[in-house]
Design a protein around this ligand. Structure first.
Ligand SMILES: *[C@@H]1O[C@H](CO)[C@@H](O)[C@H](O)[C@H]1NC(C)=O
Ligand SMILES: *[C@@H]1O[C@H](CO)[C@@H](O)[C@H](O)[C@H]1NC(C)=O
Ligand SMILES: *[C@@H]1O[C@H](CO)[C@@H](O)[C@H](O)[C@H]1NC(C)=O
Ligand SMILES: *[C@@H]1O[C@H](CO)[C@@H](O)[C@H](O)[C@H]1NC(C)=O
Length: 576
């Protein structure tokens, strides 16, 4: 290659790199090292901070005299329709507020369209921020609308009037998708979802090895694939097809609503196990377990105000603490031995009702301690949204996960809900980036509430396949649960199956092809070709090894393949 061609190749690489994974910067002067320009502080004041008060470099800025929650430094930028961007900034609060545990801070993007309508997109959020948090990184992503915009503005908002905050190192950059994602997820799947089955065959010397077939067939999946269960349907005697569908295709399940406090215990105090509402939850759990499924508990409390039982909302102080403790102990008592997991405090990034009401920042940790004390067996989970399918709460979830881990309150896993928006095409690189971030907490991640939405069943099939490959193809994911999967017709936005008849849509057929065909092992080897020692790389799960001689099954043996390789000794007999 000539020198000029080398230079050409080099220049080409540089060009690609300047617009690579985290470059193509849209903001100007994001570090404030060139003063305030072109940032705006409409209706309040901003002042430059020196290097002693910046996060990095010579300056940061501080907003001061804010009178509205939506006031924060802003800058106009130009996005390309349909492209995906990552936004981030370091932030530090300068004031706390009396009477609240902390304040929300958000990165926001406003799209102003030619017809003067607006779209405000929450790009990143973190709740309960205080001065004590010091500098922290807030990160998120957004997709530019797929149509022309008149102007696009990046800004900060959230804290109530009077709260000053400093910001530094703001950035908005295009994220390119990794076109190699399919190969990378396939590699992960091969590496972490499978192990080697080393087969050692002993056979009589005079046997015709070309007449001996060895079939290694997986009979059960090891990896947890589960689904929500509507307990009203599940206990209805005329819904046999519904029960069969769940029992046939899944090894895990979760009552979607039946265990929620508001559902099974509207009245306080508890009515006890005779309570009709609880009885429905219990027979659902019992039926699932009898069919061999493992069951998650969802959820013990839910910190978003609208989901708190009315009678509980009236309580405060010690009375509230006692009621919650009683609810936990009673529920753990009656479900003892039947549930593998519990979502303890649902969507705690998006609601902090118990903490606020008790004015106890650490009551979220206390809930986990009480759960563990009531029954140390079920694994305790956080469970939240906008953390993987979208990224607005990913960095807040990372911080929350680290806090729970460090507090040693028996958090065993983090649930990432994975609800995709209507017509949102799952982006495997974006999913991976979010999972990589959350995996740094160091506990298993479960996709607890996966669903995608498209009125076209083939598009829906492509969407759910992408989401499944990205999740199953990430080493931190240890279970995947489908949430909304029924619908009145094949064009229902989330339907994998049509209600009642339980016939599969194209999306449902795609899911089952992955779960039961592509991600299951069934190999037959002819002894004359395989040799006496050979290896099958198989998906984790239960297996049957069949010895077929001259077309007839001669013997079989069963084994389970886990994370460790397995050696299977097979004896072939002569003529039977
Ligand atoms: C907020 O904190 C800043 C910096 O400490 C201080 O100058 C300002 O007076 C405080 N504002 C309020 C409303 O307390
Ligand atoms: C049970 O399911 C059938 C068939 O869908 C339905 O007609 C009936 O109303 C259900 N019964 C109850 C009690 O919900
Ligand atoms: C839970 O079970 C324990 C042990 O049997 C019992 O002492 C306690 O009263 C029960 N708590 C509730 C709230 O039912
Ligand atoms: C192996 O497992 C299958 C079910 O998966 C069962 O039908 C069969 O009886 C088992 N065979 C042995 C030898 O245990």
């Amino acid at each position: 290659m000539s020198v000029s061609a080398l230079n050409g190749a080099f220049a080409m690489t540089l060009l690609l790199m300047t617009c690579g994974m985290t470059s193509c910067e849209l903001l100007k002067n994001g570090g404030f090292d060139n003063g305030m320009d072109p940032w705006h502080c409409w209706g309040f004041s901003c002042e430059l901070l020196g290097s002693a008060d910046s996060h990095q470099g010579s300056h940061a800025i501080r907003s001061h005299g804010r009178t509205k929650y939506y006031q924060g430094p802003s800058q106009e930028m130009t996005t390309v329709p349909g492209k995906l961007y990552q936004a981030q900034s370091w932030i530090k609060f300068l004031n706390d507020t009396t009477g609240s545990l902390g304040q929300l801070i958000e990165l926001e993007v406003a799209f102003n369209f030619p017809d003067d309508s607006h779209d405000y997109v929450n790009v990143a959020m973190r709740p309960l921020v205080t001065v004590a948090d010091g500098w922290f990184l807030l990160q998120g992503d957004f997709q530019a609308p797929p149509k022309a915009v008149k102007s696009t503005t990046f800004y900060y908002q959230g804290p109530v009037a009077g709260v000053d905050f400093a910001v530094d190192q703001a950035s908005v950059a295009e994220v390119t998708s990794d076109s190699n994602w399919r190969k990378e997820t396939d590699d992960v799947i091969n590496r972490v979802r499978k192990s080697n089955i080393n087969i050692v065959v002993t056979s009589p010397a005079n046997i015709d090895k070309s007449a001996v077939k060895l079939r290694v067939v997986q009979t059960k999946k090891g990896f947890p694939f589960g689904a929500t269960v509507d307990s009203w349907k599940y206990v209805n005697s005329s819904q046999q097809k519904y029960r069969d569908f769940i029992h046939t295709h899944f090894n895990w399940a979760v009552p979607g609503n039946a265990l929620k406090w508001r559902q099974f215990d509207w009245h306080q105090p508890h009515e006890g196990p005779g309570d009709k509402l609880y009885a429905r939850a219990q027979s659902t759990i019992d039926g699932l377990r009898k069919a061999g499924l493992k069951v998650r508990g969802h959820n013990m409390v839910w910190s978003v105000e609208q989901f708190i039982p009315e009678k509980i909302k009236q309580l405060s102080g010690q009375q509230l603490r006692d009621a919650v403790k009683n609810h936990i102990q009673w529920t753990m008592n009656v479900t003892k031995g039947t549930l593998e997991h519990w979502d303890v405090n649902n969507e705690n990034l998006h609601g902090q009702w118990f903490q606020e009401r008790l004015h106890d920042r650490d009551y979220d940790l206390e809930l986990f301690r009480m759960m563990h004390q009531a029954d140390p067996v079920p694994k305790l989970f956080l469970n939240d949204y906008n953390v993987v399918a979208q990224g607005a709460a990913t960095s807040a979830y990372l911080a929350q996960g680290q806090r729970f881990k460090n507090a040693n309150v028996h958090m065993s896993g983090m649930g990432v809900q994975c609800h995709f928006f209507k017509d949102q095409e799952p982006n495997p690189s974006q999913i991976k980036r979010h999972l990589d971030t959350l995996a740094t907490v160091g506990v298993p991640l479960w996709a607890t509430e996966l669903d995608v939405q498209s009125a076209d069943e083939n598009t829906r099939a492509d969407y759910i396949e992408k989401a499944l490959r990205a999740l199953y193809g990430h080493p931190a994911i240890e279970g995947i649960m489908f949430w909304s999967y029924g619908g009145s017709s094949p064009s229902s936005l989330q339907a994998l199956v049509v209600d009642g008849s339980m016939t599969l849509t194209a999306a449902g057929r795609r899911v089952l092809d992955l779960l039961e065909n592509q991600w299951m092992t069934d190999e037959t080897h002819v002894l004359s070709q395989s040799g006496d020692h050979f290896t099958v790389r198989g998906f984790h799960g239960d297996y049957e090894m069949q010895v077929i001689y001259q077309g007839h099954q001669q013997s079989s043996l069963n084994f389970t393949l886990g994370k460790d390789d397995e050696t299977v000794n097979v004896n072939v007999h002569g003529h039977t």
